[in-house]
Design a binder for this molecule. Structure first.
Ligand code: PEP
Ligand code: MN
Length: 342
């Protein structure tokens, strides 16, 4: 159940309701937005109904949440969630562009990619230090050394960094270096990892599992939010279908569906979604047109030499061209891209 409190409610009044809920053995989740304060009561709905909270003058309404996901639902919070990473607001009118190589390979490679994507308009640098590779014989990432390189390049370029965390044991290590922690498609339902991430106060980029339904994905987000970390970004990255011409099938219909169901920001990764750099600009434009809050794109200074995912990586020049196209699409959708200098 959600208890919607009236505008201007005092801290004492919030505590009064929270204490009554706790006394009845219910979990309490407080959400204080710009416009209203909402208390999520977690547990037996019947108990909440019987408390007659509507009788309190500062309680606007008491609503059941009909969906299995609660805290991430639009029923719980009507307005879009936004949060900041450095100077960048995620989920606001300005779109967020995250770009960089699939994997951190060296300082030179990362620096070149970072300066290139920054000049083209990216606000966040991506780069994997821990790589979840299908084959144990493929490049597995530079691990801690890669994290250190990300931190060094952030210092030089001013770009916050997003990087993947693969298990619950390395959450502390990755959180030391990363501004946003990414949960990869293969780990979307790693519930121990999700629980650990719920304890952090850093944004989590939660990729869609390759065969996950929207509901399963939102339940994974619910794990993180219910743990106390409300900064979750959903990232559509394609799902498995019978089609083999593309690496995955980018499910752009998930974007408006998610925008309807949840207040969390939604971004799209057309690189893993298609597996081929040729289709990345078109699918990025389509993502923005579908209502995404941003994109995450793989860019490599020299894709043919990439240790990972070169075939789907854009060159810096192609990425800059893509950003110019994105700015035009953003304009007609009532969104905007940051000032592009390249
Ligand atoms: C990645 O972003 O580098 C990655 C491995 O993506 P995914 O988890 O979507 O396959
Ligand atoms: Mn990749």
């Amino acid at each position: 159940m959600v208890i919607v409190l009236q505008k201007g409610v005092t801290d004492e009044q919030i505590e009064e309701v929270s204490a009554r809920l706790r006394q009845a053995g219910l979990g309490v989740h407080l959400s204080q937005g710009h416009y209203r304060t909402i208390i999520g009561a977690i547990g037996d709905e019947k108990k909440v109904r019987e408390m007659g909270l509507e009788a309190l003058s500062y309680v606007e309404k008491v609503l059941p949440i009909t969906k299995p996901f609660k805290l991430v639902s639009r029923e719980f919070q009507e307005e879009d969630s936004t949060f900041t990473v450095g100077d960048c607001t995620i989920g606001g009118r300005q779109l967020v562009v995250m770009a960089g190589p699939c994997a951190v390979e060296s300082e030179e490679q990362l620096l070149e990619a970072a300066y290139g994507v920054k000049a083209a308009g990216a606000q966040i640098l991506r780069g994997g230090a821990f790589k979840p590779r299908t084959s144990p014989y493929s490049f597995q990432g530079l691990e801690e050394k890669g994290l250190k390189l990300l931190a060094r390049v952030r210092e030089k370029t001013g770009l916050p960094v997003v990087t993947e965390v693969m298990d619950q044991h390395t959450v502390g290590l990755v959180a030391e270096y990363a501004d946003i922690l990414q949960v990869g498609a293969r780990n979307m339902q790693n519930f121990y990892l999700l629980r650990e991430l719920g304890r952090l106060d850093k944004p989590i980029l939660l990729k869609r599992g390759m065969s996950a339904t929207v509901e399963e994905w939102l339940m994974a987000a619910e794990y993180i939010v219910s743990g106390g970390n409300h900064k979750v970004i959903l990232c559509e990255r394609g799902i498995r279908t019978f089609e083999t011409y593309t690496r995955n099938t980018l499910d752009l219909s998930a974007v408006p569906v998610l925008k309807h169901l949840t207040h969390l920001p939604v971004i799209v990764d057309p690189s893993h979604g298609t597996g081929n750099w040729r289709w990345v600009p078109a699918m990025s434009r389509a993502a923005v047109a579908a209502g995404a809050d941003g994109v995450m794109v793989e860019v490599h200074p020299c894709p043919e030499k990439a240790l990972c995912d070169g075939a789907q990586s854009l060159t810096v020049e192609k990425f800059a061209e893509m950003c110019r196209q994105l700015a035009a699409v953003a304009g007609v959708c009532g969104r905007m891209l940051p000032q592009v200098t390249a």
